[in-house]
Design a protein around this ligand. Structure first.
Ligand SMILES: Nc1nc2c(ncn2[C@@H]2O[C@H](COP(=O)(O)OP(=O)(O)O)[C@@H](O)[C@H]2O)c(=O)[nH]1
Ligand SMILES: [Mg+2]
Length: 456
């Protein structure tokens, strides 16, 4: 067990060589610890008094030896990220010096922070609610502009506002029902039609947030698009055209791309990982020469299985041949796009409907392919876009709340006792409280902050 209110320390910048490295301390012993190691004079200890919201220049010294020239920022409780006293030491961003200063703060009594412990303290000290704390994590990891925008909205309290509107409406309804239960002589029961309309309205608001989850999840986790087809179909050339760089090796010798190559691009706010695979071809017998290629082929099959979308490429100059048809059979049940390559060399018509004809040479059809990928991605989420994001934990809470309200709605339609109906409405409220963290177990809390990095 760690004492919640001891003073914690951590390196808050990425480890590596950089201009500046930051060691952050939070807790009531901050100023004491800084007082012992921070000096105006690099050779002998001349203490510096810390003033809140000020920048202080000096040296970190240990046993009268200068360690680094630094600036220290001081935030006095409660006006800080965690709500506790915080001191930040901004030193030079060398791997060694940052670690050294961290160790000095530990030797003076600070404890190395656990993952996410700064943000956890911010939550426990009510500087952030739980959905805002989770937004910090999303913001740090966001891979696209749109998703970092949504995460910033959550951080600013957008999701909490939406939830609190729903909670307010639910609470109002519950009050009306319980008032009649508690004071049957003075307060009339709300009519069942009224309860029904109210419940339906609340459920539809929940549905809107629930529908946002798949969108958020795509933006958080990204999507995999594998380019599949037989050797020499033009996969690597297409991969390069889609990326606009010459990343994959392109040759006319079958089997050049022996491993899978991945690059991530932003399509409609979704981090889209394009995967160029080795061509799929059934090797007659595996010799030493083709062995490496056969590994590549196994890899392509694995990628196809794990992908969200497949771009199936075949060479239009040859038309669809038996091998192409075999590959098409393998991928056709998955979400896919059919793409016929080398359109600059032929006027042939594709044999299958919905085929995008393209040329990596002239770039004809490349934009159309990008648009098709975008359509397939957006098809995977048909939510009416909310201006906040939802994570899996919040999604589960929303669904539980919705379930309870649906049970209440059924009971209302059957005009059951309002006393019973109120029990399910109450439990929906509890599930909604979990989203912002008003009701939360230690286990859930630890689970959330375990996903953070140390120093956040
Ligand atoms: N004329 C023409 N040649 C292409 C096109 N795409 C690929 N090629 C050629 O076809 C050969 C195989 O292409 P590559 O992209 O390596 O195919 P992969 O084996 O499926 O990855 C190379 O010689 C490419 O230059 C195209 O759109 N037009
Ligand atoms: Mg290739």
């Amino acid at each position: 067990m760690t004492n919640l209110y001891d003073t914690i320390t951590a390196i808050s910048t990425p480890l590596g060589t950089g201009g500046v490295g930051i060691i952050r301390l939070s807790g009531s012993n901050c100023t004491e610890i800084i007082g012992e190691i921070f000096s105006k004079n690099p050779k002998e200890k001349t203490p510096i008094t810390l003033h809140p919201m000020r920048i202080h220049h000096g040296w970190i010294v240990e046993d009268d030896h200068p360690i680094d020239e630094v600036v220290v920022l001081y935030f006095k409780s409660p006006n800080s990220y965690t709500g506790e006293d915080i001191a930040e030491i901004h030193c030079h961003g060398g791997l060694n010096v940052v670690r050294k200063i961290l160790n000095i703060t530990i030797s003076k009594g600070a404890r190395l922070a656990e993952r996410g412990e700064f943000t956890k303290r911010a939550f426990l000290n009510q500087k952030l609610d739980l959905s805002q704390a989770e937004a910090v994590l999303d913001l740090i990891h966001a891979k696209t502009d749109i998703f970092s925008g949504l995460s910033a909205n959550n951080l600013s309290g957008r999701l909490s506002e939406y939830i609190s509107e729903i909670k307010h409406e639910t609470f109002e309804l519950l009050s009306k029902i319980t008032a009649a239960i508690d004071f049957p002589e003075d307060v009339a029961e709300p009519p069942y039609e009224f309860v029904e309309t109210e419940l339906e309205s609340i459920i539809s608001k929940l549905n809107r947030a629930i529908a946002t989850f798949s969108n958020s999840n795509l933006m958080r986790q990204g999507i995999k698009v594998t380019i599949a087809g037989k050797p020499n179909a033009g996969k690597s050339s297409l991969f390069n055209s889609l990326l606009d760089i010459n990343r994959a090796i392109v040759t006319n010798i079958a089997g050049t791309t022996r491993d899978a190559i991945e690059e991530t691009i932003d399509i409609a706010g979704v981090p889209t990982t394009l995967i160029d695979t080795a061509g799929i071809r059934e090797l007659e017998n595996i010799s030493d020469e083709t062995y490496v290629e056969s590994i590549g082929i196994d890899i392509s099959k694995k990628y196809i299985e794990e992908s969200d979308i497949i771009i199936f490429v075949y060479d239009l100059t040859h038309g669809m041949q038996d091998e192409d048809k075999k590959i098409y059979q393998e991928i056709k049940t998955k979400t896919h796009i059919i793409a016929a390559s080398k359109a600059d060399l032929t006027d042939k018509k594709p044999e299958l409907e919905n085929t995008v004809i393209f040329s990596s040479m002239t770039k004809q059809g490349i934009d159309e392919l990008k648009k098709k990928i975008e359509e397939k991605i957006l098809n995977k989420n048909d939510s009416d876009n909310c201006d906040f994001s939802i994570n899996i934990r919040q999604y589960e809470c929303l669904k539980t709340a919705k379930n309870s309200l649906e049970i209440a709605l059924d009971a209302t339609k059957r005009e059951e006792l309002q006393d019973l109906i109120s029990i399910d409405i109450k439990s929906a409220l509890l599930s909604l409280d979990e989203i912002t963290g008003e009701v939360i177990t230690d286990e859930i809390l630890n689970n959330i902050f375990d996903n953070f990095c140390i120093g956040k």
